[in-house]
Design a protein around this ligand. Structure first.
Ligand code: TXA
Ligand code: MG
Length: 324
């Protein structure tokens, strides 16, 4: 049986909240990508998320809260963490913080770490759902582990069965299009664990220069989910293409595209990185179905949201099965 897609009306929110309270999973729109949401305090619900995604158990989940007060009930919120929340929540910023001793989040959700990743989504449906469920929601991106992230309700419904997901709430296309930026606050350090929908420069106005995950203090917990091959279409991906073969699909950027591809899509004809991020996963999905032998991607600038776009494309192009 296929997964129903429902409009985001009060009745749907109530139905979805009831499913979540029963330990079942719901496809939830957020501003970044769609999430596969479950009760973060329930080991059963969290185990269902790992099983549905085929996700390795060592890779912890992001916990979604309705506001900063809810976050303070789960994690130790330092003044610096509070400043980041005040400035950027709700929004595409996830903070990895020490778990409070009385934190009710399933240990399975944090993969046994003594930290918890918290995010307050800037999406009316997501926040209404968290409030109606009355508990924090664990929600990884709603895609099978390693594959392209979902940016619309149909992507989610297509990827799972009715046994895995009770329903998907249709909040339209995800406006940001790439996952949240993850920052770890460990001791005095602020570490960029995953570039994402909130640009590095904005965060650094509060934290000062962020450390890179690779160069951070060896004792600091890192983001175990940074698998090298991830966000992958079925077709091979070739980066920084300046020309294209007749049997390749082209993912372009900016005003002038090389001619001769089997099929071409443009992330942003105007060269706008926010527009490119919003189109990234949907266009990769479309080109993946084009019948081409591979996807050639033009160079993308690295500033602003370009850091997150390059990160996702680099993983899409990495040798499959590779882990870092
Ligand atoms: O935008 C987003 O963040 C989306 C939407 C649905 O909210 N969610 C998302 O979740 O991207 P997911 O599960 O696909 O990515 C979670 C990332 C993984 O790389 C994981 O390793 C990291 O967060 N993570 C979770 N808990 C962590 C922790 N305690 N310490 C370090 N990294 C953590
Ligand atoms: Mg993901």
């Amino acid at each position: 049986m296929t997964v129903p897609i429902n409009p985001p009306v009060d009745e749907t929110i109530a139905q979805a909240a009831a499913a979540l309270k029963g330990g079942f999973l719901v496809g939830m729109p957020t501003e970044t990508v769609y999430g596969l949401a479950g009760d973060a305090t329930s080991d059963v619900a969290v185990a269902r998320i790992f099983a549905a995604k085929g996700r390795p158990r060592f890779n912890p989940l992001i916990i979604h809260v309705a506001d900063a007060d809810e976050a303070a009930a789960l994690a130790e919120v330092s003044p610096r963490a509070a400043a980041l929340m005040a400035r950027f929540w709700p929004g595409p910023l996830t903070l990895v913080l020490p778990r409070r001793a009385d934190c009710p989040i399933s240990l399975l959700a944090s993969a046994g770490l003594d930290t918890v990743a918290l995010r307050c989504p800037d999406h009316a449906v997501a926040r209404a759902l968290i409030r109606a469920a009355g508990r924090p929601l664990a929600a990884p991106s709603a895609n099978p582990s390693g594959r392209l992230s979902p940016t619309c309700a149909a992507d989610v419904a297509e990827a799972f069965t009715r046994d895995q997901v009770a329903l998907v709430i249709d909040g339209g296309a995800a406006p940001v299009g790439v996952e949240s930026t993850i920052v770890g606050l460990f001791g005095d350090g602020a570490v960029m664990l995953r570039p994402g929908g909130l640009p590095r420069a904005a965060i650094e106005t509060v934290t000062g220069p962020l450390q890179d995950a690779g160069h951070a203090d060896a004792d600091a917990p890192q983001s175990p989910g940074r698998l090298l091959s991830h966000y992958a279409p079925r077709l091979p991906v070739r980066l920084n293409a300046t020309s294209v073969a007749p049997d390749e699909a082209l993912l372009g950027f900016g005003g002038s595209l090389p001619a001769g591809a089997l099929v071409s899509l443009n992330l942003s004809p105007a060269g706008d990185l926010a527009e490119a991020a919003a189109h990234l996963f949907a266009m990769l999905r479309q080109l993946d179905r084009s019948g081409a032998k591979g996807i050639a991607v033009m160079p993308i600038p690295g500033d602003g949201l370009g850091e997150a776009i390059r990160d996702r494309l680099g993983r899409a192009a990495a040798p499959r099965g590779a882990a870092a």
